[in-house]
Structures are given as structure tokens and as C-alpha cells.
Write a protein that binds this ligand. Structure first.
Ligand SMILES: Cc1cc2nc3c(=O)[nH]c(=O)nc-3n(C[C@H](O)[C@H](O)[C@H](O)COP(=O)(O)OP(=O)(O)OC[C@H]3O[C@@H](n4cnc5c(N)ncnc54)[C@H](O)[C@@H]3O)c2cc1C
Length: 149
């Protein structure tokens, strides 16, 4: 469908925004956790929820092995601290497939948790890509950052 839209002269930006599940779901499905399949993958594929891939950070995107967002285990949960930027569909997403550091430095220390947008502490903010001065609603369709304080 994406190819047909582009071949018909459609907007590649629209395609990227409509099909973020194409980059947000594969890792989750590969992991094969039945709960994630039922709670996330099925609603997303049914069009009932939206998922984004949230890897890039304000410090840089190319160097994925240098990711600074951390997840630390506290009892039965992981507490995630960090920020992401330029995430397509972030203002509409219900879930984020993220890349966070759970172990030591480098690529081997990174895990890919799926984070529910509605968990306490998850914040989504928008900013004007032209000026980098956030001014809210008129930029709802711009890329955004989210973070946990
Ligand atoms: C339209 C759009 C949509 C996006 N959607 C998403 C999304 O959904 N999810 C997500 O996680 N991210 C998303 N991104 C972010 C994107 O993945 C990053 O912009 C990209 O990874 C580059 O990171 P950066 O912008 O921080 O640039 P940097 O990594 O800071 O790189 C800046 C410049 O330095 C060069 N450079 C970097 N490292 C090296 C090196 N080692 N050697 C030589 N040159 C180098 C780069 O080529 C580039 O020219 C999106 C970006 C755009 C523009």
C-alpha cells in the first residue's frame, strides 16, 4: 500500500506517519512474548492503537550504541529515565518501542522495551523544528520529544 501511495504521487511524509507500525512492531513480534502480541501488536494491526519507534535522542541519532536513556530495575518494574527526539507520530502514539540502556556501554548494553504512552511520568512535548522554540498546539504534527523526569 505504501508503494502504491508513493507511485501515485502521494506524500512520503504521510506514508511515514501512517505506517510507523512498520518500524515499531517487528522487534516486538520477533520477541514473541504472547502478552505483548495480545496487548500491543493485535490492537495496532487492527487499527485500534498506534505505535512509534523511539530510538533517537537529543544528543544524537546515528550513534545508537551511545544511547543514554537508562532503564533500571526497581522490584518488579523497570524505571526508565531519559529523552527521545524526532519520533514520527509521537503525539498520536499509544505505545513506543524504545531503545534504552540496561547494561554496560556499547551496543551490547541496549534493550528494547515497549512503553505505554499513558504510564505515569511519560511526557510528550512538541516544538517548532524551524526555531526549536516549543509553542504547543500549532505544531502538533511536528516531530517531538518525550521523556521521563
Ligand atoms: C523526518 C524524520 C523522521 C524521523 N523519525 C524517527 C523515528 O520515528 N524514530 C527515531 O528514533 N528517530 C527518528 N528520526 C531521527 C533520525 O533517525 C535521526 O535524525 C538520525 O538517526 C540521525 O541522527 P541525528 O539527527 O541526531 O544526527 P547525528 O547523529 O547527530 O548526525 C549529524 C551528522 O553527522 C554525521 N555523522 C554522525 N556520525 C558520524 C560518523 N561516525 N562518521 C561520519 N559522519 C557522522 C551524520 O551523517 C549527519 O550528517 C527521524 C528523523 C527525521 C528527519
Amino acid at each position: 500500500m505504501a508503494e502504491e501511495i508513493i507511485l501515485a504521487g502521494g506524500s512520503s511524509g504521510l506514508v511515514a506517519a501512517l505506517f510507523t507500525h512498520g518500524i515499531g512492531l517487528p522487534h516486538l513480534v520477533d520477541a514473541g512474548d504472547p502478552r505483548l502480541i495480545d496487548d500491543v501488536a493485535r490492537p495496532v494491526l487492527a487499527g485500534e492503537a498506534i505505535i512509534s519507534l523511539a530510538v533517537t535522542e537529543p544528543d544524537g541519532g546515528s550513534d545508537v550504541a551511545g544511547i543514554r536513556t537508562r532503564a533500571e530495575r526497581e522490584g518488579d518494574v523497570y524505571v526508565v529515565t531519559g529523552s527521545k527526539m524526532y519520533i514520527t507520530s509521537v503525539t498520536r502514539a499509544d505505545f513506543f518501542t524504545t531503545a534504552v540502556r540496561t547494561c554496560g556501554p556499547g551496543a551490547g548494553g541496549i534493550s528494547l522495551p515497549v512503553i505505554d504512552r499513558y504510564l505515569p511520568g511519560v511526557e510528550v512535548n512538541t516544538f517548532n523544528l524551524g526555531s526549536f522554540e516549543g509553542d504547543g498546539e500549532e505544531n502538533q504534527n511536528q516531530r517531538s520529544a518525550w521523556w521521563w523526569p
